[in-house]
Design a protein around this ligand. Structure first.
Ligand SMILES: NC(=O)c1ccc[n+]([C@@H]2O[C@H](COP(=O)([O-])OP(=O)(O)OC[C@H]3O[C@@H](n4cnc5c(N)ncnc54)[C@H](O)[C@@H]3O)[C@@H](O)[C@H]2O)c1
Length: 448
């Protein structure tokens, strides 16, 4: 059964979403859906570029608090020869004016984390689909609030978790669904990315210059670094968790029951500042965020997961995926797959061979369209999945429950560490619906 039929026949998980027949898909707004952007910094403009390359939507309005971001965004429209969108600016709440003044179908939110909850709640209340960048809220209560408003308004909320659409991830998911790994027992993922040149800059250049953060810096260093100063926990859980939770049907027949986190001491950021600019005051800050944070999650069906957050030290990028079952294992760091009975005993096969063989149908079909978009093409897939759901007025493939589940590790890991590495109960954001929901995530290419 394809995703659309599944959604029609099994009741929409979020109350009140109508499903139109295919002839109605373009019934609204002259055949194009109308979208607005809140936040057109680096990430927002990445989405804008993908949107400008499509002919099924119109970017009606953009909102940002900084002229520089708006100016860069204008350049994108001019380069494409597209009519400039209406702009909303002037303060942190100027997005509210955009929501009340414009007739939109959906909004893309790509602002600093501390604004996501209020902006998405206000957008859902204004009747819009919400595609929000990673991190749904700062506290566990924020995550509950997002769920509540999505349920009350019937408006889907999707975390734009692009790694869930990565080519090798979907190929390995395909392998799993064909039974190659046997019964899954343990999965790993994380965000292991040297962000030192993202967390600091000189206020003019993006990467590799300067050691400033806050108002003296640009882009993420303006706001993200403060979290590393204030908070010890996994600050970026969704790139690891968003993909692997689909392998074991979290919120669809399975759920997380418990979470425990540990952090190493924090040395990397101060050491970096002292190396680049000896004597600079930012080298004396007592950064709270441990350099390596690891989080264990227990699943109701008996699987375990390990997430790693590692962003302050010199290291090549890796999500560190591991998918392991009774018959085989994938480890992306090893670039290897081993399937018992098919691989030589105790030997890794190059993962590429298996990934090619089990390439997911959506990648085979849309590879050309995705080419050139960010992060190896997966940015096109996540954006497209969101837009197609808006057009078809169906649930998004990453729904509000999945979105908050992958994001809530942010406050829960922090709480676990603050309570001496306590094991906490993981909230059931579905309030029991996980028992009957079915996993349809990228079962086929419907909705794409
Ligand atoms: N999925 C990914 O691969 C990926 C990659 C990069 C960033 N992100 C996420 O995207 C989001 C944005 O990150 P970024 O790198 O673009 O940061 P950024 O600092 O470059 O951009 C943020 C923009 O939001 C604007 N802004 C701040 N407060 C605002 C408000 N109240 N209303 C409107 N605009 C406001 C800023 O002026 C800035 O232009 C974050 O959640 C980040 O984690 C995701």
């Amino acid at each position: 059964m394809d995703r659309r039929n599944f959604i029609r026949s099994t009741a929409i998980t979020t109350a009140g979403i109508g499903v139109l027949s295919s002839t109605d898909l373009f019934a609204q707004t002259n055949g194009k859906i109308k979208i607005g952007f809140i936040g057109v910094g680096l990430r927002g403009r990445n989405h804008v570029q993908i949107a400008l390359n499509r002919d099924d939507l119109e970017i009606v309005a953009i909102c940002d608090t900084q002229e520089e971001s708006l100016a860069q965004c204008r350049k994108q429209f001019n380069a494409k020869g597209t009519k400039l969108p209406k702009e909303y600016t002037g303060g942190k709440e100027s997005y509210k004016k955009m929501l009340s003044s414009e007739k939109l179908d959906a909004v893309i939110i790509a602002t600093p984390w501390q604004f996501h909850k209020d902006q998405s709640i206000d957008a859902m209340k204004a009747g819009l689909y919400v595609g929000c960048e990673v991190i749904a809220g700062l506290t566990v209560q924020d995550h509950w609030d997002v769920v509540k408003v999505s349920e009350e308004t019937g408006k889907p909320y999707m975390t734009l978790e692009n790694v869930a659409f990565r080519r090798d991830v979907l190929a390995v998911l395909n392998m799993h669904r064909q039974g190659l790994f046997g019964e899954l027992l343990h999965l790993e993922g994380g965000y292991q990315h040297d962000l030192r040149e993202v967390l600091f800059n000189d206020g003019k250049n993006y990467y590799g210059h300067g050691v400033e953060y806050g108002p003296k810096a640009i882009s993420e260093a303006q706001w993200r670094t403060q979290f590393n100063i204030d908070q010890d926990g996994d600050l970026y859980p969704t790139h690891g968790l968003g993909p692997i939770m689909q392998f074991v049907d979290i919120n669809k027949g399975n759920r997380f029951t418990h979470i425990t986190s540990y952090s190493s001491k924090a040395r990397g950021l101060a050491a970096y500042v002292n190396k680049v600019a000896p004597g600079h005051p930012n080298g004396k800050i007592n950064y709270k965020n441990g350099d390596i944070t690891q989080t264990m999650l227990q699943c109701a069906n008996g699987e375990t997961m390990l997430l790693t957050h590692d962003t302050h030290l010199p290291r090549p990028y890796s999500i560190g995926f591991r998918v392991q079952g009774t018959d085989g294992i994938w480890m992306d760091v090893a670039k290897g797959i081993h399937i018992e009975g098919k691989s030589k005993p105790h030997t890794w096969d190059p993962a590429d061979e298996w990934v090619k063989k089990y390439d997911h149908p959506i990648w085979k079909k849309y590879e050309e369209l995705a080419n050139g978009s960010g992060h190896g093409g997966m940015d096109w897939f996540v954006f497209n999945a969101f837009i197609q759901s808006v057009k078809q007025k169906v649930q998004t493939p990453i729904d509000v429950y999945d979105s908050v589940t992958m994001s809530a590790v942010f406050p829960l890991s922090t709480e676990s560490i603050a309570k001496g590495n306590s094991t906490l109960e993981f909230p059931d954001f579905t309030k029991g619906k996980w028992k009957t929901k079915k996993n349809t995530f990228m079962l086929d290419d419907s909705g794409m």
